[in-house]
Design a protein around this ligand. Sequence first.
Ligand SMILES: Nc1ncnc2c1ncn2[C@@H]1O[C@H](COP(=O)(O)OP(=O)(O)OP(=O)(O)O)[C@@H](O)[C@H]1O
Ligand SMILES: [Mg+2]
Length: 314
Amino acid sequence: MAGKAQVVVFASQKGGSGKTTVSAHMAVQAELSGAGPVALIDTDPQGSMAKWWNARASAAPAFARISVPDLGRDIELLSDAGYRLIIIDTPPAVTSTIAEVITHADLVVLPTRPSPHDLRAVGPTVDIVQMQDKPLVFVINSATARARITGETAVALSQHGTVAPVTLHHRVDFAASMIDGRTVGEVSDTSRSAAEVANLWAYLEDRLMRMRASDPRDLIDRPPRSTFEADILSPATAGMSSQELDEDEDALENQPGYALAGMGAPPPPPPAPEPSANSNWDGIDRRKADTGPPPGKPDRRRLGHQPFGRRFTA
Ligand SMILES: Nc1ncnc2c1ncn2[C@@H]1O[C@H](COP(=O)(O)OP(=O)(O)OP(=O)(O)O)[C@@H](O)[C@H]1O
Ligand SMILES: [Mg+2]
């Protein structure tokens, strides 16, 4: 009998967070990297994954038509047929059906957009994963390049579980490729999106391999992990100066209707002390002055029409 296939479930109560897009991309990337054969299962009545697969020219990954009550038996059948990885897409809900699907997971991936709405919605999905004591990885999807909110989202999510060190950015090729049954790598294998997908799969594959290794000695012959720097720097941010990275959107706590209070808001900074007879302060404010953009770069914060940067109202 073949070894048991590993099962990765993509779940999130929030609609449109990227479950179908990311799971389809991971399935194709897994085939490419030799981790297959891969079988896809769509448990969403909307059938977005099935529609994407029907539009595909390539037969890999395979698509398995199953019903959730038979999932356990069908996972065994797929394992016996030689499938090594089963990727399951789920609907945007928290239901007993999704809880049932998660019981079969070796790893649950929870794609999240870096937005207050998505962050507020993760709780119930995290709860059903944690109730079953399943390993969980958050994947930040559809991020805006250089936006501070992405890092803040990662910090907020990290209070609840592991955050994948690779972020998928918002790019039209993700949406476009899904329409005609392809992936971003199949549209252009040199695109930034394709590199992010490959890096994300490399991270998930490493996680799955470590779970599979029953003996720590199995890990010894593995090639070393890619460098930490390569993991945390996406193609969109690699090589940028810290000043460029600082010029971004409004911070998460400034987003309309969002209060960090629910997640333990930091108190406002204390006002600067007034010079007094008992203080050593000489009354000179030495806070770093705003010296403007780097030499030769436009001042994007004051151009008004630019999408990034702080908004100056006065
Ligand atoms: N990184 C991205 N860049 C641009 N568009 C994206 C990205 N990720 C997803 N999208 C688009 O966002 C929409 C929602 O994505 P998707 O269908 O994968 O989410 P979902 O979580 O499966 O949604 P649902 O909860 O309705 O099943 C789709 O149109 C998809 O093409
Ligand atoms: Mg979907």
